[in-house]
Design a protein around this ligand. Structure first.
Ligand code: ZN
Length: 376
């Protein structure tokens, strides 16, 4: 990187300036320095494509700003590199872009679609590299200086994805023997993805944290997510008492618990970045966790995420995620699903408790029978 300073208006024209113009001049000099850094050693060297609405000037501005924010990110964390990034794809049809890349990789990639959260960005893991796919609206938001809140959210989203890129590269480097080919033990099937997602979101939210980030959005979000997940799981168990399709129940509950843990990761990452506790930032989320009987699980997960981060450069196996997997298994148990292994076979007990029994099983059963199409 060049050591030469960009022309500094605050020095060259100091005599002519009023004191009010001074900060503007300082900001201009700072911007000039950042731009020089982008041009001489941009942290983003991969192709960046854009398909969506907007004119070329807007798109160019968005990409230039993204590079500037990435330089700032590198200044905060000089070790964050994006060598494993093959390309950045902004697409107005985010789901279609994911589908196309999925077809290329031979693995389906789907946009997140939880009732309480819609995905707009994702890092897709290929064999050796990865691709960051973002909704075109994220680029437009970065370029939009008229809406500060939207701008900040879009910058935050893009930097969050870039942190996933680093973490992808770190896992590939340290865990090449297991990466994308680890055989998950049957008894870990229901918790591995949840643990991996929690870690990934924690890391991304902790290190992407900037002046554009909201310190309380994700911590507060837990107050909504926790009761929703608990009631959805209980409802699914009550329905299972009559339909008796265990696979249907388990697939839904695994999705719910995975989402809950992902949200644990988002919240914990932001709190860690700001050295804050949930009690200070989002007391309503503390109440929700306590009401659900999950307060200790949150504390355990947060502590474990910090431990994982402390040793992240020495991970020798995805087994590092085992303590986090155990916490996820505890949550399944708290919610009424007991996974156990017996002679290599996984069993799931669903103990009958007052909150997991249908209020009128006979009526439900008849309802289902009458709803079935009659055979000729
Ligand atoms: Zn993420």
């Amino acid at each position: 990187m060049s050591d030469h300073d960009a022309p500094n208006p605050s020095q060259s024209s100091a005599v002519a300036q009023s004191t009010e113009e001074q900060p503007v001049a300082d900001e201009e000099a700072f911007a000039a320095k950042l731009w020089e850094e982008v041009e001489s050693s941009s942290p983003l060297t991969c192709p960046i494509s854009y398909s969506g609405p907007g004119d070329a000037d807007t798109v160019n501005k968005a990409i230039a700003l993204l590079k500037v924010y990435t330089v700032l990110l590198r200044r905060r964390h000089p070790w964050l590199t994006f060598d494993s990034l093959e390309s950045i794809v902004f697409h107005s049809d985010y789901a279609l872009a994911l589908k196309e890349i999925g077809e290329r990789t031979g693995r389906p990639c789907e946009a997140t679609s939880e009732a309480s959260g819609v995905g707009i960005a994702m890092v897709v893991n290929l064999e050796d590299k990865c691709i960051a796919v973002l909704d075109a609206g994220v680029a437009l938001g970065i370029a939009d200086s008229s809406d500060q809140a939207k701008h900040d959210l879009c910058v935050d989203t893009a930097l969050h994805e870039l942190c996933h890129v680093y973490d992808y590269g770190r896992k590939r480097r340290l865990l090449s023997h297991e990466f994308l080919k680890r055989r998950v033990a049957p008894i870990e099937m229901h918790v591995f993805t949840a643990a991996d997602a929690t870690w990934s979101e924690y890391f991304a939210n902790k290190y992407s944290n900037s002046s554009c980030s909201s310190p309380d959005m994700h911590p507060k979000y837990l107050a909504e997510v926790v009761p929703d997940v608990v009631s959805d799981v209980k409802e699914a168990i009550r329905a299972y008492r009559t339909h008796r399709q265990l696979d249907v129940l388990l697939s839904l509950c695994q999705q719910k618990v995975r989402f809950l843990f992902q949200c644990f990761g988002y919240a914990a990452g932001r709190l860690a970045a700001n050295e804050a506790a949930l009690e200070e930032v989002a007391p309503e989320s503390v109440s929700a966790l306590q009401a659900a009987g999950l307060w200790q699980r949150w504390l355990d997960a947060f502590a474990e995420l910090r431990r994982l981060d402390g040793c992240r450069e020495t991970w020798a196996s995805f087994d590092e995620l085992k303590p986090l997997m155990r916490i996820a298994d505890d949550v399944f148990r708290d919610l009424g699903l007991n996974y156990r292994e017996d002679a290599g076979v996984v069993h799931v007990d669903v103990p009958k408790t007052p909150d997991t029994m249908p209020s009128n099983p006979l009526a439900q059963l008849f309802g289902q029978m009458l709803a079935r199409p009659t055979s000729k």
